[in-house]
Design a protein. Structure first.
Length: 120
């Protein structure tokens, strides 16, 4: 094989790799949007979940507008542990990567991340 053929093959492989990455990126975004649309407007929402041990979790669920349920979840069981009023529940908005703009520089994102996390 000549050097020209090797360079051409390298360019083709890199182009295919970039194409696969682009397809994966857009497919993932589409699936996320589709899942979000399926869950929008539902009367049931997982507010918070905490692992207790192994396969055991405690979950805070919102049912309707103002009903919060605490549920214990095990490998094969689901147990209602209690109910909270809206006044007893403190819901904070998590910081997600969606709060960062793609147009921001890496330094801006890092500074904002440090500020959000109170990292020194």
């Amino acid at each position: 094989m000549s050097t020209g053929e090797n360079i051409f093959q390298l360019i083709v492989v890199v182009a295919i790799f970039i194409g696969v990455l682009a397809i994966t990126y857009y497919a993932t975004r589409w699936i996320a949007g589709y899942q979000r649309a399926l869950n929008a407007g539902k009367n049931f929402e997982i507010v918070e979940m905490q692992r207790v041990a192994g396969n055991h979790y405690v979950m805070l669920l919102r049912a309707g507008k103002d009903r919060f349920l605490i549920v214990g979840i095990g490998k094969e069981e689901l147990t209602l542990l209690g109910e909270l009023s809206p006044e007893e529940v403190s819901i904070s908005e998590p910081t997600t990567m969606e709060t960062y703009s793609i147009k921001d520089s890496f330094k801006d994102m890092l500074d904002r991340f440090k500020t959000d996390r109170n990292v020194k």
